[in-house]
Design a protein around this ligand. Structure first.
Ligand SMILES: [Fe+2]
Length: 162
């Protein structure tokens, strides 16, 4: 069975879309740079390459390629939750909180390395950044499929004067 068939088999078995189920599905695939390589796409309209490789009523699987020093926009995932696996490279995940003006306020950030996985729960607002000069490839699983995700502007908080 080729890797894409394996992706379909594992992801089509998802029923609840809960965090543990998404994490287990993404770990079961043991996605390697060699397997995902043919599905990596160069950036076109976005600062990163984005390739939807599988989509059903229940789940959506996307391969993201962030070139060196690039970031995604600050965004949420609409009504979806998601789990992402770092296939290659290093990633900084920055978490924000939307304020009452609809702007994104920085909360915290952390670094993830290849082989690690993170979960984006309901309503989470974040941005992904490649802090290195090497490619970053991540593999994302969303449930239900992404719809009406929102983009945010950062709220710059001035915490000093002069
Ligand atoms: Fe995201």
């Amino acid at each position: 069975m080729n890797w894409l068939e394996e992706v379909k088999r594992v992801f089509n078995g998802i029923s609840s879309g809960k965090e543990e189920e998404l994490r287990a599905a993404i770990r079961e695939l043991k996605c390697t740079p060699l397997q995902i390589g043919p599905h990596v796409t160069e950036p076109k309209d976005l600062p990163y390459g984005r390739n939807v490789i599988h989509r059903t009523d229940q789940v959506e699987a996307i391969v993201i390629y962030l070139p060196p020093l690039q970031s995604t926009f600050i965004h949420d995932h609409g009504k979806s939750v998601g789990c992402a696996y770092i296939v290659q490279g290093t990633m900084v995940n920055t978490i924000y909180k939307p304020n009452d003006r609809g702007k994104a306020e920085f909360l915290y950030e952390y670094r993830l390395n290849a082989g690690e996985c993170f979960y984006a729960g309901p309503g989470q607002v974040h941005a992904m950044r490649n802090p290195s000069n090497k490619p970053l490839i991540t593999f994302h699983l969303y449930s239900p499929p992404l719809q009406k995700a929102n983009r945010y502007e950062a709220e710059w908080v001035l915490d000093f004067v002069i």
